[in-house]
Ligand binder design. Structure first.
Ligand code: BGC
Length: 774
């Protein structure tokens, strides 16, 4: 593979990044060198702007110092043993200090704390030859000290502003704790619920992923420019198609058409980059035979030249080293060369860049220009963050105490948690529960649990602030003595005498809330599953409790869509509560006791059977579409056991109101080529409470030169509908919303007939038809 990068677009990318760096940035202040190396430190000419300064620095750097800027290691100083990553990448603090002093390290990750951060940064700024500050990164996936709902849960709120606000609050806690870069958001469109990392993203739909990608990048980077001390650099990940791992098994191979790659997996990255993301993480997976962390076409031709990305690419945890295991590189040296030439700028944990780049450049196997380009990108982001003006930006131990876990942040976590809850089923209006006069048995492994309220990816969450369901219920109930707790079962193992005690508790109660589901470590990285049902002991518990004949509300805890089976499926009420973070118990109680009506919508379809995976509502019709209303219909696209529909589809979610949609009306049945049409629907709430309804707009392109999905979400709106009222909801539909990736790999739109739905989920409502006319 040879290094080539079209000059024009590289130039435009560099001018974009240079202007970003210049944003609000003044002239460089030259850091004061410690006595020990003041003599060795070259004197910078005065009056340089950031871009000039960066070129001057690159000119001063040895090959080792250049490779050092591209070398990223785990933070051994502030590391927490709870970190989900193995500790083998952790150096010892003395060794890492030596590396910093020698200019062999450009960045550290997953250590937080302002005071220690200042001490570590001081080594880089005062005790190195060139005084280049370190970049501190972290995985702040859904909060730092304050833990917000897991990203999948929050996607259920269908609310860009909420996602922006929680991302901002989490980033602020990071910034005051000495972090500059956040390895978030994860924007991998997830269509296979076996894959454990569904929990980290926005689910199965492309548009929802795009909207939340943009919102989260904006939240992480803030509104005042990157050089504001409260801003972090966002790192959308994992580039690219990581979530399409075959069989839903994490790290597995991906293989797909260009139309799928461009139509499904690239759009959220385009949205994140358009929102200003200045870093991207390359992925672990092999894509169509070329591992993504060694994939020049994807990392350079597509990411840089097409998506116009101007920041730096960081590899995922040793992903460049894994080119060897993929069978794509001979050894570490070869892996470093391939990744570098492909477009990976910074190497995470493996140390291969530091080890091999100097020699690779000396021997002419990696052009100096490519090395300089990578260093320039990293330094430019450091400059854009304001690190050259104030290497200790944001690191304020006093503010750290005030901001992290503040009352406002916990209030936001409670609000976000409540908005994330999805009511799947509510037969006989079993919900809401009564805050008084009703004896409630709260049964299940999560009844009083605090260890599983955060969910995966919370390294620093404040464990003293974890609101259990029990605590939330007690706080919401006027007569908390009416609450009994019985665990009944462990998460994956039976509990001795548990079922008998649970049955007894159920029999004495008026209503049972059955808190069952997945433990925090059952989803997340490397937590792929072959079976989406609840663990056996919990199914047995559910069956025994249902057999008492008491009304049962199933309260699911989960990091993915699940197969609901047996008593869990048949319960009269089912609530999806995911992992809601620090305030979980309060958020759940707010909804279950009716302080607010549920408003969440499924961002992932709940299948009838695990074996339907991969599944997304926007699958294609096939030549033999099955009629979902027929139990058995041979020689159509279905399974022996079930039609290929969802038990609860994408977009589904009930409220405590009674909602009815009218047939949509169109301003015109013809959409002229250069004009939009208006589509409207009247939504009536004949129920007794005010609700928030999420009206969804789906289309189907009836005939296209590449077959299209049976339905695609093109817009949605959350609207408040007071009790007893009708609200007319209107959308403007433009030609651009009808576009798809054509046979030439480019966005295209073709005239002809379209079906349109305005509906409460992806599986409801009758379509109306219009024609796009040229
Ligand atoms: C994950 C990334 C994460 C990185 C650093 C990897 O194992 O795939 O998402 O950012 O570790 O913690």
């Amino acid at each position: 593979m040879t290094y080539s990068s079209p000059l024009m677009s590289r130039r435009s990318a560099m001018s974009k990044i240079a202007s970003l760096a210049a944003l609000g940035a003044g002239l460089f202040s030259v850091p004061k060198a410690a006595k020990a190396d003041q003599a060795a430190r070259p004197v910078a000419p005065g009056g340089m702007d950031h871009a000039q300064r960066i070129e001057w620095l690159i000119g001063q750097m040895t090959l080792v110092e250049k490779a050092g800027q591209l070398n990223l290691l785990n933070d051994p100083f502030r590391f927490r043993p709870q970190s989900v990553n193995p500790t083998d990448g952790l150096g010892d603090p003395a060794r890492v200090s030596r590396m910093i002093r020698a200019g062999e390290l450009g960045a550290l990750f997953n250590g937080v704390g302002a005071e220690a951060g200042r001490r570590i940064q001081r080594i880089a700024v005062e005790e190195t030859r060139l005084g280049v500050p370190l970049l501190f990164a972290a995985d702040i996936i859904h909060g730092l000290y304050t833990v917000f709902p897991v990203p999948l849960a929050e996607a259920a709120a269908f609310d860009a502003d909420l996602a922006r606000r929680t991302a901002r609050a989490a980033a602020l806690e990071g910034a005051v704790s000495g972090i500059h870069q956040n390895y978030a958001p994860m924007i991998d469109v997830a269509r296979d619920q076996r894959w454990g990392r569904v929990v980290e993203g926005a689910g199965e739909d492309v548009l929802l992923n795009q909207i939340l990608a943009e919102a989260r990048v904006r939240g992480i980077q803030g509104d005042h420019g990157l050089n504001h001390p409260d801003a972090l650099v966002a790192t959308p990940k994992h580039f690219i198609a990581y979530s399409a791992a075959q069989g839903g098994m994490d790290y597995n191979t991906t293989d797909m058409s260009e139309a799928t790659l461009r139509g499904t997996f690239l759009p959220p990255f385009q949205s994140a980059i358009d929102a200003g993301a200045l870093s991207v993480m390359s992925a672990f997976n092999d894509l169509n035979g070329v591992p993504t962390s060694g994939n020049h076409r994807m990392l350079t031709e597509v990411l840089r030249d097409e998506l116009d990305f101007a920041g730096f690419v960081v590899s995922d945890y040793t992903s460049e080293q894994e080119l060897i295991a993929h069978g794509f590189a001979e050894d570490g040296r070869d892996a470093a060369r391939i990744a570098m030439l492909a477009g990976v700028d910074m190497s995470m944990v493996s140390g291969l860049y530091l080890q091999h780049l100097p020699d690779l450049v000396e021997k002419g196997e990696v052009p100096m220009a490519r090395l300089d380009e990578a260093v320039r990108r990293v330094l430019t982001v450091k400059a854009a963050l304001g690190l050259f003006d104030d290497p200790y930006r944001g690191m304020d131990p006093v503010r750290e105490k005030a901001v992290c876990g503040s009352r406002e942040h916990y209030q936001l976590a409670r609000e976000a948690g409540a908005q994330s809850i999805v009511l799947l089923k509510n037969d006989g209006d079993l919900l809401p529960l009564k805050p008084s006069g009703q004896k409630i048995a709260l049964i299940g492994p999560f009844a009083d649990d605090v260890d599983n309220v955060f969910g995966p990816w919370t390294i620093w969450g404040d464990e003293k602030h974890r609101i259990s369901l029990e605590a939330g219920f007690r706080a919401a109930m006027a007569d908390p003595q009416g609450l009994t707790i019985a665990r009944g079962s462990g998460i994956e193992t039976p509990l001795e005498g548990g079922i008998a005690a649970a049955v007894q508790a159920a029999e004495r109660a008026d209503v049972v809330v059955l808190a069952v589901g997945e433990g925090a470590r059952m989803s997340g990285e490397a937590q792929s599953r072959t079976d989406l049902r609840l663990p056996e002991p919990q199914l047995a518990l559910a069956q025994a409790v249902m057999a008492t004949g008491k009304p049962v509300v199933v309260l699911l805890r989960n990091g993915r869509a699940m197969e609901l089976s047996g008593a869990v499926r048949d319960a009269p009420a089912i609530v999806v509560s995911w992992f809601l973070g620090s305030e979980m118990g309060h958020s759940v109680a707010d909804v279950l006791f009716g302080a607010r009506s549920p408003s969440g919508r499924l961002p992932v379809s709940f299948p009838h059977k695990s074996g339907q995976q991969p599944f997304s509502y926007d699958h294609k019709t096939t030549g033999r579409p099955a009629d979902p209303n027929k139990a058995v219909e041979e020689y159509t696209a279905r399974y022996r056991e079930t039609t290929n529909t969802a038990l609860y589809p994408f977009g589904h979610g009930l409220t405590y109101g009674r909602i009815a949609y009218s047939t949509p009306t169109l301003s015109s049945a013809i959409m002229p080529w250069n004009e939009a049409i208006e589509v409207s629907v009247a939504v009536t709430n004949s129920g007794p409470v005010d609700v928030v309804e999420t009206v969804q707009l789906y289309i189907r392109d009836r005939v296209a030169s590449l077959t299209q999905p049976g339905q695609r979400l093109r817009d949605f709106r959350k609207v408040a509908i007071p009790a007893g009222e009708t609200v007319t909801v209107s959308f403007t539909l433009k030609r651009s919303q009808l576009e798809f990736i054509g046979a030439n790999g480019r966005m295209t739109v073709e005239p002809g007939a379209f079906d349109l739905w305005l509906a409460p989920s992806a599986q409801t409502g009758a379509p109306v038809r219009f024609t796009l006319a040229r």
